[in-house]
Design a protein around this ligand. Structure first.
Ligand SMILES: [Mn+2]
Length: 386
C-alpha cells in the first residue's frame, strides 16, 4: 500500500544506534569518515586507510552477523523482514526512504556483518549511484548482499549490481514479501505463506500469479482482516521502532496478527482517525484539471492520499506533509485504475529535477520535495499526467 510514502524522518538515526552496536574503534572511524565526507565526498582511499589502521590494532572480528534492512512503513516491508528473519535469523533494521542511505552507511562499518538483505526499498535517480557505491564496498569486504524489491528500477542499476555479484531478486509483478517467500521457501515454514499473502493484499498485489496462489490457501476474509489490522498497527506505530521490530519477531515466529496482543483494539483507534480524515479531506482538498491535492497537517500523507484521490473524483491524488526540521515535503501520490501513465517514473524524474527524490510503482509512489518547490511539483505533475 504505502511504499514511498515517507513518514517519519527523524527517528531513524536513534533506532539505528540502538540496533548497530558500535565499538570505540568504529566510532573513531565514523568520525573520520564524516569529516572526510563533508570535505571531499569521493576520497574513498583515504577513508579506507583510516579504517584499516583503526582495525589492525585489534584482532579482526569474524563476520557472523545477518542484517536485513527493510521498509518500515508498510506490511510488505515488515513481512519481508519477518520472512528473512525466519529463513536466516539475524536482526532487522527498519527504515523509511529518507533513512535508507543512512542505514546502509551504518552497516557498511559493521566489521561483523556477514550477510545483508535489503528489502522493499526502491531506488531513485538520486539514490542509485550511492547505493551501488556502498554495495561495492560491502562486496569488497566479502559481505554477501541480497537485494529484493519490486519497485521500478533503472536496468543499468541491475547490471551494475550483477557485476559486483549482489544477488538481485527483482520483479515488478509481485510484492517483495512474495518474492522473498518464493526465493527462500525451503527455509520457511507453512505460516510464512500467510505473512506473504498479507503483504500482497496491502500492496494491491493479491491478484498477481503467486500472490493469488498464496491468498487462495487461506480464507479470503480472514486474510483481509489480518492484513488490514497488521497494516493499521504498522502505520500507527511509525514512531515506535521497538514495536515495529517486535512485530517482525512475532510474524517470524508464525503468530497471526490477531494473536499479537491489542492489535485489534489499536486498529479500531486508527479506523476512527481515518474516518475523521475523510471529513478533513472533503474540506481541505483542492483540484487541478488532472489531479486532486492537499497539504496534510496532523497525520501521515500516506493515510490521506487515497481519500484525496477518491473524493476529488480525479484519477490522481497527491497528499503532502511538511517535515519541518528537514525543509522538505514528504509527498504521496496515488493513481486510480483509469490512470494510464506510470506515476513512479514521472515522479522520479520530476522530483529529481526539482532537487528532491522519488519514485515507486505505476499507481502508487512517493517523493521528497524541497519546501519551496512543492507548488511547482504539483503544477508540473498535473501537466505531465494528462
Ligand atoms: Mn512493497
Amino acid at each position: 500500500m504505502n511504499f514511498l510514502s515517507v513518514l517519519a524522518v527523524s527517528k531513524t538515526k536513534k533506532s539505528l544506534s540502538k540496533t548497530v552496536k558500535k565499538t570505540a574503534a568504529k566510532k573513531v572511524t565514523k568520525k573520520t569518515l564524516k569529516k572526510t565526507a563533508t570535505k571531499k565526498p569521493v576520497k574513498k582511499s583515504a577513508i579506507k586507510k583510516v579504517t584499516k589502521k583503526a582495525v589492525s590494532k585489534k584482532i579482526k572480528p569474524k563476520r557472523t552477523k545477518v542484517i536485513c534492512i527493510s521498509h518500515k512503513e508498510d506490511c510488505d516491508g515488515i513481512s519481508s523482514a519477518a520472512i528473512i528473519r525466519q529463513a536466516f535469523g539475524g536482526d532487522a533494521i527498519l527504515v523509511d526512504y529518507p533513512g535508507q542511505m543512512e542505514a546502509l552507511n551504518q552497516v557498511v562499518l559493521d566489521e561483523k556483518l556477514k550477510s545483508l538483505f535489503i528489502c522493499d526499498l526502491g531506488l531513485s535517480k538520486k539514490t542509485q549511484d550511492e547505493f551501488i557505491d556502498i554495495l561495492t564496498t560491502l562486496r569488497k569486504n566479502k559481505v554477501s548482499v541480497t537485494y529484493i524489491d519490486h519497485h521500478d528500477i533503472d536496468p543499468n542499476v541491475v547490471k551494475a549490481l550483477n557485476k559486483i555479484k549482489v544477488k538481485v531478486i527483482h520483479d515488478i509483478n509481485e510484492c517483495t514479501a512474495v518474492l522473498a517467500y518464493t526465493a527462500f521457501k525451503s527455509k520457511l515454514n507453512d505460516h510464512a505463506s500467510f505473512v506473504a499473502a498479507c503483504a500482497a493484499i496491502t500492496d494491491y498485489m493479491e491478484t498477481r500469479p503467486i500472490g493469488a496462489k498464496l491468498l487462495q490457501i487461506y480464507d479470503r476474509q480472514f486474510a483481509l482482516i489480518s492484513a488490514t489490522v497488521l497494516t493499521y498497527n504498522i502505520v500507527g506505530h511509525q514512531k515506535e521502532p521497538d514495536y515495529l521490530l517486535y512485530l517482525v519477531e512475532e510474524l517470524a515466529e508464525s503468530k497471526f496478527p490477531h494473536a499479537i496482543p491489542n492489535t485489534f483494539e489499536f486498529a479500531q483507534i486508527q479506523v476512527e482517525k481515518l474516518s475523521q480524515m475523510i471529513a478533513k479531506v472533503k474540506q481541505g482538498m483542492k483540484t487541478m484539471k488532472n489531479l486532486g491535492y492537499m497539504e496534510i497537517l496532523d497525520a501521515g500523507a500516506s493515510g490521506a492520499v487515497n481519500f484525496v484521490m477518491g473524493l476529488s473524483g480525479k484519477d490522481v491524488g497527491v497528499a503532502y506533509k511538511e517535515r519541518i526540521d528537514h525543509g522538505i515535503y514528504a509527498v504521496s501520490v496515488r493513481g486510480s485504475k483509469d490512470c494510464k501513465v506510470h506515476l513512479g517514473k514521472i515522479v522520479n524524474s520530476l522530483a529529481t529535477s526539482l532537487g528532491g527524490s522519488g519514485g515507486g510503482h505505476d499507481k502508487a509512489c512517493g517523493a521528497v520535495i524541497p519546501k519551496p518547490k512543492i507548488k511547482k511539483f504539483i503544477t508540473e505533475l498535473n501537466k505531465q499526467i494528462k
